[in-house]
Design a protein around this ligand. Structure first.
Ligand SMILES: [Zn+2]
Length: 289
């Protein structure tokens, strides 16, 4: 059992106009037996494919892209054993259009990693893809990057570095806006450049969007890694995944941990409202705290 995080939390000064929303785009079915050690074969889980919109006066970001309009083709491009039943919902693009969202506010889609179920929706989102060098290489070369290579064609690539200091136990980081509100930390192992995105909102609530460090909250609660077969099939470095998982488990008391595919992990994060109030001008963000 890793000891709980006991040091002070890193500084964060999220500006008043900052907010996050969840955009569920559908689910696909996986048996718990394949998702985490000790999971039952009879226990069918709906894996979430959900994007997060992070609004910020300096520009908005999406964390992952969910399912896109080409979902059926993307699933068909997968190896046969990965093609599980899926239930598409409204895509991120459709949800943004439905509320008249101004896409010029979007800085891009920050991908936790390049697997199909995180990038499919890029097919309707003509904005830059935020990715680090390790993940870019993984996506360009490996079989796990096949759908990424399809949907990223024609996109501008915004390659960010992870040269910032250690962050909440992770060795390197990048503070996107310079105010500690959105901090990307390298958490390699599922793929070479997998990341955790730490978000702090003005209420003080903190989140860790951990991508696929574990697929379900059971991985956190039970400290259960993926079953051996799935570690071998799904992870580039299972040992690193285990380390990353232990790091986030240590944080479970101080922030909300959101494994990308657990539908319940998003509890408390609001859906997009019918209309977004316009974000405050950047100067409003610089009020003294
Ligand atoms: Zn995934």
């Amino acid at each position: 059992m890793p000891s709980a995080w006991a040091e002070p939390l890193p500084e964060a000064a999220p500006p008043s106009g900052m907010a996050i929303y969840q955009l569920p785009t559908g689910t696909y079915q996986t048996r718990a037996a394949f998702a985490f050690r000790g999971g039952s074969f009879r226990d069918k889980r709906d894996f979430a494919a959900t994007a997060i919109l992070v609004r910020h006066p300096k520009g908005d970001l999406l964390i992952d892209a969910g399912f896109g309009s080409g979902l059926a083709a993307h699933v068909a491009a997968l190896p046969r054993m990965q093609r599980t039943p899926h239930q598409p919902g409204r895509t991120v693009s459709e949800q943004l259009d439905a509320i008249g969202y101004d896409r010029s506010r979007l800085l891009g889609v920050l991908v936790t990693h390049a697997h199909w179920d995180h990038v499919s929706g890029l097919d309707q989102l003509r904005v830059p893809i935020w990715i680090n060098v390790g993940e870019r290489r993984y996506a360009a070369e490996g079989p796990g990057g096949k759908v990424f290579r399809i949907v990223s064609a024609g996109h501008e690539i915004h390659e960010y570095g992870l040269s910032g200091p250690p962050y909440l136990g992770f060795p390197s980081s990048f503070d996107v806006h310079g105010d500690g509100s959105v901090v990307i930390a390298l958490a390699a192992g599922h793929t070479t450049g997998s990341v955790v995105v730490f978000v702090t909102v003005p209420s003080g609530q903190r989140y860790a969007f951990i991508g696929d460090l574990t697929w379900q909250l059971d991985g956190i609660r039970r400290r259960a890694e993926r079953p051996l077969l799935m570690r071998k099939l799904a992870d580039t470095d299972p040992g690193q995944v285990r380390q990353g998982l232990l790091r986030v488990i240590a944080l479970a008391d101080v922030l909300q941990i959101v494994p990308a595919h657990d539908v319940n992990a998003y509890d408390g994060i609001p859906r997009l409202p019918a209309r977004l109030t316009s974000a405050p001008a950047p100067e409003a963000a610089e009020q003294p705290r």
